[in-house]
Design a binder for this molecule. Structure first.
Ligand code: ATP
Ligand code: MG
Length: 325
């Protein structure tokens, strides 16, 4: 546990049981497998990786929306792995990826936000409650009229604003933003990302910002972690990760980002990965990335690479950093 972090996870594991194993054989999906990181107060930690690598599970387990299989979770230095979460639910919120599925269609927007206020007894009176609802709606660019409407009456971008308002209504310190813009039209993604940034500046919020696209998180994040098949493979300052990544998987993600100006030539070689992500039920032995890694050899199959600090604040897990870089 490190005091400089607002939120920290240590050796976090989340294994889900899966059906279909042989009799007496318990199969599990190792959705998150021994992941450790911290998030400093006021910063945004980006978390990226391909679909199914465990980003959402990491975010939800860290909030104890799923009970961890193993590992520790700390908030403000307190071990909350087994704590009663009610007081922490107010401090730690989530904005979901899908603004269509995450809002109850039978409730008005006012009631959706009001419910969050009620759970934590944050309103002194009915009028105070109504004022708080209107105030938080205006914070996200909506108004008092919107409070009486139902989610289906809103556009995707507006719904996500409602989801953000619901999270903000309890005045949290930390928000897991689980791909909050990926379901939205590209034209409004930037607006919503800007809103997250502005809210952070005004309220000193701390974010875990999940995305599968590095191009979205590299602007908003102070630091970025890269996941592959339930593991963190690299974590560094955003600039460092974007320009001096050391892990072959991160390099492949970065080389997949289109370059805006075609006249600018790439300084690094384009790495195209072959094959698909293996199943997290039967992950490869040793390094999980080895089946798609151009540098893999026997060592990678035989042993798992250690997660280590390669330069100040820059972590990676790879046996062949010298060969790769
Ligand atoms: N509740 C669950 N029960 C069983 N398996 C699950 C559950 N939630 C996730 N998984 C599995 O765990 C793995 C990680 O899933 P997760 O949703 O965390 O990935 P993700 O990185 O968020 O992907 P995406 O980019 O598609 O949102 C996947 O193999 C998924 O099928
Ligand atoms: Mg997800």
């Amino acid at each position: 546990m490190d005091q400089k972090y607002l939120v920290e996870v240590e050796n976090l594991k989340q294994y889900f049981p899966v059906a279909g194993g042989k009799l007496f054989e318990k199969k599990v999906v190792k959705a998150v497998d021994n992941v450790s990181f911290g998030i400093k107060k006021g910063e945004t930690l980006g978390l990226v990786g391909e679909s199914g690598c465990g980003k959402t599970t990491t975010g939800r387990t860290l909030l104890r929306l799923y009970e961890p299989t193993a590992g520790k979770i700390y908030f403000e230095g307190e071990d909350i792995t087994k704590a009663n979460m009610l007081p922490y639910r107010q401090k730690m919120q989530i904005v979901f990826q899908d603004p269509y599925a995450s809002l109850d269609p039978r409730m008005t927007v006012g009631d959706i936000i009001g419910e969050a206020i009620d759970i934590h007894h944050l309103a002194a009176s009915k009028k105070d409650r109504q004022d708080q609802i209107i105030s938080v709606l205006s914070t996200v660019g909506l108004n008092s009229e919107h409070a009486n409407r139902y989610p289906h009456e809103f556009s995707g971008g507006q719904r996500q604003r409602v989801g953000i308002a619901r999270a903000l209504a309890v005045d949290p310190q930390f928000i897991v933003c689980d791909e909050p813009v990926s379901a939205l039209d590209v034209s409004i993604q930037a607006q919503v990302v800007n809103m997250f940034e502005q809210l952070q500046e005004e309220r000193g919020l701390t974010y875990l910002f999940i995305a599968h696209d590095l191009s979205i998180v590299k602007h908003i994040s102070n630091r970025i972690g890269v996941m592959y098949l339930g593991k963190l493979v690299e974590l560094a300052d955003s600039y460092e990760l974007t320009f001096h990544s050391v892990h072959p998987y991160t390099k492949s993600l970065i080389s997949a980002i289109p370059i805006a100006d075609p006249k600018t030539s790439r300084t690094s070689q384009r790495i195209v990965l072959e094959g698909d992500v293996p199943s997290p039920v039967n992950p490869p032995s040793g390094c999980r990335f080895r089946t798609r890694c151009p540098y893999a050899d026997e060592l990678c199959a035989a042993s798992e690479p250690e997660w280590r600090e390669v330069s100040s604040g820059h972590y990676a897990a790879c046996h062949h950093l010298d060969k790769v870089n």
